[in-house]
Design a protein around this ligand. Structure first.
Ligand code: FES
Length: 142
């Protein structure tokens, strides 16, 4: 193979790999709609109606850098997890149904309970207490 042909084939392969990586990262960004919620006195309030057709919702509290994954459990309670990777603080990406979370920085994975299923992270996600009052889910940010 001559030099010109080798360079041309190498560049084509590099472009194909790069395009695949960009498309892959874009598809992971385009996950779920995010509900923007106000935070008052360290409490985030979310309407129960958000869960009429789904058991999972991404919450973006105003003033917080990280999203919260809010999941409705079978017993009617709600689990709120801070989507901040415990390895090096990267924002996590939620799977479509909230069944798990992935960190695109170094590859850590967490299950729906926030427990590590793949390192390098070695600590579970921060969990916030929740309560339901008057058709509102209140997440206590402590
Ligand atoms: S910051 Fe998430 S795995 Fe490193």
């Amino acid at each position: 193979m001559d030099r010109r042909k080798f360079v041309k084939q190498s560049c084509t392969a590099c472009l194909a790999v790069s395009a695949g990586m960009v498309i892959g990262s874009l598809s992971s960004c385009a996950t779920l709609p995010t509900y923007k919620a106000a935070m008052i006195n360290h409490k985030v309030t979310v309407p129960v109606d958000l869960f009429a057709n789904s058991n999972f919702q991404l919450i973006q509290p105003k003033g917080m850098y990280y999203n919260i994954g809010l999941r409705k459990e079978a017993d009617g309670t709600y689990t709120a997890l801070l989507l901040r990777c415990t390895h090096a603080d990267n924002q996590l990406v939620a799977s479509a149904n909230g069944a798990g979370y992935t960190c695109n920085l170094h590859g850590s994975k967490f299950n729906q309970e926030g427990q590590v299923t793949n390192g390098p992270a070695d600590r579970s996600l921060k969990r916030y207490p929740t309560q339901v009052e008057s058709n509102q889910i209140i997440i206590n940010i402590a």
